[in-house]
Structures are given as structure tokens and as C-alpha cells.
Design a protein around this ligand. Structure first.
Ligand code: SAM
Length: 377
């Protein structure tokens, strides 16, 4: 049985992962969350009505434990923010006990405590720290927390460069904290994000926010997918599932002018990038942009084609469970004769997973590293 009660200095709280999985084996928090909460608890008492900002809480463990302080919580993940709300409810707490912000618009004003769980992408940490400057006071306590394995020197260097001198804690249960002292004299470099480049062999300009999959350049798997996108007037309602910066849907729209595209991702930065890229490419052409969890909000029988380069991790947890959920949901959302096109690394075995839900699974193309598969019923 997975542990769901988190015991920390601030009390005991029920916290679970989302989306709910049968036989979930992983906890919704880690030793770095516990360490951070136990470390900050006595410090919070030294400040009257402290303003607390949480960045990148995984499933809401930090926000739930700190709810008496009405913290602001920023995340790029729709699922993390949804999990925070659900976990507040599961602890019989009003949902407005935490003020939730997506990563595009940060809260304003200054904070006494800024508590950061190190994100998977260094670029995102760099972007957030650069954009947090106005929230810092000389005595803001900024604490960065992570499991030691997720704390390479580049994280420390980034915090030192953008905030100020750092002091590491000792490691506890393989977790460590970094305390940063805001140095208001330092020159903060211009934020390099979003990154803009021209999509190869096209005139399209691509803008990538910091937390986008392959934010610096076109991913090699995505490039292979772009070379094999289908062209057919029968594709009317088309979904770019897990759209990232939206290049797959954008290039599909380029060769299929009749198609109505929907772009969906659980990352706010991904959907913001996809929207910007599509609107820049096709002046006046309409499309739908959704931040959400896979196809959960899509009607049955509502799509003719779903294009998907699935994620292979949720936060720092690697696995094909999200891809498989996407395949299962795609089966319901596709209309009769509809097709799901998937690209993946050969070793991921997507063909076998797709056969669980679709009667026809055909190989469209392959190279040394990737396969593209078409699934239909
Ligand atoms: N389609 C883009 C491309 O090919 O460059 C991005 C593909 S990337 C491998 C997978 C994408 O799935 C990421 O943008 C990630 O944010 C998104 N994703 C992960 N979990 C998701 C979920 N539950 N619902 C929707 N999108 C999700």
C-alpha cells in the first residue's frame, strides 16, 4: 500500500498523487518536501504573518502543510495545481487556503519565504528565478529543496548567479536544502526565455517558453514525425495531444488547410507557446488551445485524428503510464474510422500497448531510433 499520510512538524496531512492510478506505488511527496517543511516550520514562527511563495510543489504537499499561511503556489503543471486543490479538499480544507498561479503569470508583491522544489528542467528554474526578482526583499528566505540526485552543481550555480550566496544544508534521507541570501547589488542577466528560432525548412518562427520539451531546438523524434505527417481532406477534427510547442499540429495544419486543430498539454508554458506559434504562422485561422490532463475533457467521438508524441515521465518519475492513459482515452475520443498516430522510441514498445485498445495497429515509418504507428479500430 502506498503511504498517503505525511507526518511533518506542521502536522499530519493526507496527500495523494493525481491522476489516480490503480495500485499506485509512489508517494505524492518525497524526503525533500519533508525536510523543507520541518526546516521552515520554526522559522515561520519568527515572522508575523509571513507571506509564503511555493514554486513547483509536486502534488500540493507543501501548500497543504502550509495552508494556515494562505501561501501562493506557482506551477507550470495543470496536474500539480489540480492535485493541490484536490488534496486541500481531502484534508477538509477550503480550496482558497492556497492561491494558485500558473507559470506564465507570477504573483506580485514581496515574500518573506520562497520555497522552491527544484524542477526537472534547469531552464525553467533559470526563467523562474529571473522573473522572481521583484518578489525578493533583502531578508527574504529563499530555500531550494531537492533529492540530492536532482541537485547537480548547475542548480547551485544558477541560484548563486540569479539570487545570491548559497549555503547547503547537510543531507537528510538523501535530500538537501540550499539556503540563498538575496544579493540586491548583483546584476541580474536578461532572461534568455522564451527562445525563438526558425523551424527548419520553413518560414515559421517558433517561440519556446522555458519549460517546453526540447526548448532549445527541434527534437529528433519530433523531426521524424514531421516528415511523415498524413495529408488527407477527410481529417477535419484533429488533436495535437501533448502538443509541447505545437510544431506537430502546426506542420499538420500547413499541409491540411481544411483541418480544425486542437492543441492540448498539461504544461501552461507548452500551451502558451503552441498558441503563439500557431497564431504567428496562420494569421486569422482558428484553433483550440487547452491546458488539461490528456483527453479527459474531450467528448467521445469528437476527433478524426489524434497526433501524439507521448511523454515518458511525470515530473521526475519515468514510465509509460501517461502514454498508455492517452491511448486508452484516444480510443473513446476518436470517431468511427478515426486514427491515432503515435511516435516513440523503438524500445518503448508502444505497438503492444496500442494493441490493447485498437484492432488495427500499423507501422507507418521507422528509423534506427523511432517508430511511427497508426492505430484505428
Ligand atoms: N508534441 C511535442 C513535440 O513532439 O515536440 C511535445 C512532445 S513531449 C515528448 C510530450 C508532451 O506531453 C510534453 O509537452 C508534456 O508537457 C505533455 N504531457 C505530459 N503529461 C501530459 C498530460 N497528462 N496531459 C497532456 N499533456 C501531457
Amino acid at each position: 500500500m502506498t503511504e498517503t499520510y505525511m507526518q511533518v512538524a506542521l502536522g499530519q496531512f493526507f496527500v495523494q498523487r493525481f491522476p489516480l492510478e490503480k495500485d499506485e506505488k509512489l508517494r505524492a511527496w518525497d524526503a525533500a518536501d519533508e525536510y523543507l517543511l520541518n526546516d521552515v516550520a520554526p522559522k515561520l514562527k519568527l515572522v508575523e504573518n509571513p507571506r509564503v511563495l511555493i514554486i513547483n510543489d509536486s502534488f500540493g504537499a507543501l501548500a497543504v502543510a502550509l495552508h494556515t499561511l494562505n501561501p501562493c503556489s506557482v506551477s507550470d503543471s495543470f496536474i500539480s495545481l489540480m492535485a493541490t486543490t484536490e488534496n486541500l479538499k481531502l484534508n477538509q480544507l477550503p480550496v482558497n487556503k492556497a492561491h494558485l498561479f500558473d507559470s506564465i503569470e507570477l504573483p506580485t508583491g514581496q515574500f518573506d519565504f520562497i520555497l522552491i522544489k527544484v524542477p526537472k528542467t534547469l531552464a525553467y528554474l533559470e526563467d523562474i528565478l529571473t522573473r522572481l526578482q521583484d518578489t525578493l526583499k533583502p531578508d527574504t528566505r529563499l530555500i531550494v529543496a531537492a533529492m540530492v540526485k536532482n541537485l547537480p552543481p548547475s542548480v547551485w550555480q544558477t541560484v548563486e548567479r540569479l539570487i545570491g550566496a548559497t549555503i547547503p544544508s547537510r543531507a537528510v534521507k538523501k535530500a538537501r536544502l540550499i539556503y540563498a541570501q538575496p544579493d540586491q547589488q548583483r546584476d541580474v542577466p536578461t532572461n534568455p526565455y522564451p527562445i525563438i528560432y526558425q523551424l527548419e525548412n520553413t518560414d515559421y518562427q517558433i517561440t519556446n517558453h522555458a519549460n517546453i520539451f526540447s526548448h532549445k531546438n527541434l527534437d529528433i523524434g519530433t523531426r521524424f514525425f514531421l516528415q511523415h505527417l498524413p495529408q488527407d481532406n477527410n481529417y477535419q477534427q484533429v488533436v495535437d495531444l501533448g502538443c509541447g510547442n505545437g510544431v506537430v499540429g502546426l506542420m499538420f495544419a500547413d499541409i491540411n488547410p481544411q483541418a480544425q486543430l486542437s492543441f492540448i498539454d498539461e504544461s501552461f508554458m507548452a500551451v502558451a507557446s503552441a498558441r503563439q506559434n500557431f497564431n504567428h504562422a496562420f494569421d486569422g485561422r482558428s484553433a483550440i488551445f487547452k491546458v488539461g490532463d490528456a483527453l479527459t475533457d474531450f467528448e467521445p467521438d469528437s476527433a478524426d485524428l489524434i497526433l501524439c508524441n507521448p511523454p515518458f515521465h511525470q515530473q521526475t518519475t519515468i514510465g509509460s503510464h501517461i502514454a498508455i492513459r492517452m491511448f486508452k482515452q484516444a480510443k473513446k475520443v476518436l470517431s468511427a474510422g478515426g486514427e491515432l498516430w503515435v511516435i516513440g522510441n523503438r524500445h518503448l514498445g508502444y505497438q503492444a500497448s496500442l494493441k490493447r485498445y485498437f484492432s488495427k495497429v500499423e507501422l507507418v515509418a521507422s528509423n534506427a531510433k523511432f517508430i511511427i504507428v497508426k492505430a484505428s479500430s
